[in-house]
Ligand binder design. Structure first.
Ligand code: GUN
Ligand code: ZN
Length: 435
C-alpha cells in the first residue's frame, strides 16, 4: 500500500468550458498535489492539505513549476501504421491500397506485431497519451500482441482486430465467420483483463460485406457493453464507392445503423461530410464522431465542422484523435493545434480550455471511460501527464509574455510536442523517464 505524493500545478476539468471565463468548468491548484495509492488517486487539492493526509512513509515527487493534467486520450489510431506515416501523394483509397494494406500484411507475424505494439505504446507515452482506442490489423495475432503489450504496462486501452473480408489483398482478408470467431476469442481472452477493453472493429463498409456487417451486429448484440469502432464519411470517393456497394442504404451512416452498430459506445472516425439526416442518426443514438485533424489535412479529406456539430439542435458527441498513420503526429497537442486551424477555416475558434478538456475529460466521456480516466478526481486511475510550457527556447521566450493559465495552455497546444512532456504516469507509475 505504498503511497506517493505528486506535487505540481494541478489542472482538471469538470465540464466542457463554454468560454475563457468559464472558471466553474475546471479546478486549478497553483501548489497542488495528488496522493496515489495502488494506482488510484486517493486525495487531490493543495499540497498542504493533501500532504497532511499522506501516510508517514510516502514518497514525494515535486514537479513544480510544471503543470500536471490527466493523461491525454487518443480516440482513434492504427498501431500497424507506424511505418506508413508520412507516405507521399495519395488520397484515402489510393493511400490504403498503395501503402497501408501492404504494410498491414506484415502483422500476421506475432514477433513483428509485438515489436511495433511496443514501439507504438512507447510513442504514445512519450507524447503524454495514456489511453488510446486502437485499430489492430486483420490478424488475430496483431490484437494479441497489442493487448499483451498494453497489459504489461497496465495501460487503459480500447482495441480490436479489424474485420475486413473484401476489397483488400487476400493476405489481409478474413471471412464473416472467422472474423466473428476470432473477435469472440479475443474478447474472451482480453476484454476486462487489467485495464483492457475490446472494440468490435469492422474497418469500414467498403471492406466488409453485408454478411460480415451482420456478424459485427451479432457481436454487438451478444456483447452490448463493448465499444464499436469504424470509419465513416471521410472522403468523397469513399462515400461514392460505399453507396455503390450498399445501394439500398439511405446513406453511409444508414449502413451502420441498419446492422445495429450505432450507440453510445460507437466511435466513428472522421464523419466529415455528414448530411443532416446522418448527423441526426448519430445524435439520436448518442454515437461519437471522432475528429482526426492531422489526418484529414494530410490526406486532403476535408474540414470537420466541430462547432456546427456541437451547436446543432441535436448536438453530436465528439472525440479527437491522431489517426496515426493517416495522421501525422503521435501528439494530442499537435492534433489540437491542427484542429484549431481546421475550426478556424470553418470561421470559428476553439478556446484552449475547451481543447484541453477535449483531450482529457472530453475524450474520456466520449469513450465512456470518465469514471476511470481523463480527470484527477479522487477514485480515478492515476494516469497523469506533466507539462513544461518552457520546454524549448521558442516556448520559453513566448512564455515571458504569458499572463494566464489559458494563454499557457494555448502556447502548449500551439508550440509543444513530446519535448514538453516532462513525465507520464500510468496508474501512478512514472513511465516516460524509464522508456
Ligand atoms: N478508412 C478505412 N481504413 C482506414 C485507415 O486505416 N485510415 C483512415 N484514415 N481511414 C480509413
Ligand atoms: Zn482510421
Amino acid at each position: 500500500m505504498a503511497q506517493s505524493l505528486i506535487r505540481g500545478r494541478l489542472l482538471t476539468f469538470h465540464a466542457e468550458p463554454q468560454g475563457l471565463d468559464d472558471h466553474a468548468s475546471y479546478s486549478y491548484e497553483e501548489d497542488g498535489a495528488v496522493l496515489v495509492e495502488d494506482g488510484i488517486i486517493i486525495a487531490r487539492g493543495s499540497f498542504a492539505e493533501v500532504s497532511a493526509k499522506a501516510a508517514s512513509d510516502h514518497g514525494v515527487v515535486d514537479h513544480r513549476p510544471h503543470l500536471i493534467v490527466p493523461g491525454f486520450i487518443d480516440a482513434h489510431a492504427h498501431f500497424p501504421q507506424m511505418q506508413v506515416i508520412a507516405s507521399y501523394g495519395a488520397e484515402l483509397l489510393d493511400w490504403l491500397n498503395n501503402y497501408t494494406f501492404p504494410e498491414e500484411t506484415n502483422f500476421h507475424d506475432t514477433q513483428h506485431g509485438r515489436r511495433i505494439a511496443r514501439l507504438f505504446l512507447n510513442e504514445m507515452l512519450r507524447h503524454g497519451t495514456t489511453t488510446v482506442a486502437a485499430y489492430c490489423s486483420v490478424h488475430k495475432e496483431s490484437a494479441e500482441a497489442f493487448f499483451a503489450e498494453a497489459d504489461s504496462r497496465n495501460m487503459c486501452v480500447v482495441a480490436g482486430k479489424v474485420m475486413m473480408d473484401r476489397n483488400a489483398p487476400p493476405m489481409l482478408t478474413d471471412t464473416p465467420q472467422t472474423s466473428y470467431d476470432d473477435t469472440k476469442a479475443l474478447i474472451a481472452a482480453w476484454h476486462g483483463k487489467g485495464r483492457l477493453h475490446y472494440a468490435v472493429t469492422p474497418r469500414f463498409a467498403i471492406t466488409s460485406s453485408p454478411e460480415q456487417m451482420e456478424m459485427a451486429g451479432a457481436l454487438m448484440r451478444e456483447f452490448p457493453d463493448l465499444h464499436m469502432q469504424t470509419h465513416l464519411s471521410e472522403n468523397h470517393a469513399e462515400i461514392a464507392y460505399t453507396q455503390e456497394l450498399y445501394p439500398d442504404a439511405p446513406d453511409y451512416t444508414g449502413i451502420y445503423e441498419h446492422y445495429g452498430l450505432l450507440g453510445p459506445k460507437a466511435l466513428l472516425g472522421h464523419c466529415i461530410h455528414l448530411s443532416e439526416r446522418e448527423a441526426d442518426a448519430l445524435s439520436d443514438t448518442r454515437s461519437v464522431a471522432v475528429f482526426c485533424p492531422t489526418s484529414n489535412l494530410f490526406l486532403g479529406s476535408g474540414l470537420f465542422d466541430y462547432q456546427r456539430y456541437r451547436r446543432r439542435g441535436k448536438p453530436l458527441r465528439i472525440a479527437s484523435a491522431t489517426d496515426v498513420g493517416g495522421g501525422t503526429s503521435y501528439s494530442m497537442l499537435r492534433t489540437m493545434d491542427e484542429g484549431y486551424k481546421v475550426i478556424a477555416l470553418n470561421g470559428e475558434k476553439l478556446n484552449p480550455l475547451a481543447s484541453f478538456w477535449q483531450i482529457t475529460r472530453g475524450n474520456a466521456e466520449a469513450l465512456s471511460l470518465a469514471e476511470r480516466v481523463g480527470t484527477l478526481e479522487v477514485g480515478s486511475d492515476a494516469d497523469l501527464v506533466v507539462l513544461d510550457a518552457r520546454a524549448t527556447p521558442v516556448m520559453a521566450l513566448r512564455m515571458e509574455r504569458v499572463q494566464s493559465l489559458a494563454e499557457e495552455l494555448f502556447v502548449l497546444q500551439t508550440l509543444a510536442d513530446d519535448r514538453a512532456i516532462v513525465e507520464t504516469y500510468v496508474a501512478g507509475e512514472a513511465v516516460k523517464s524509464s522508456l
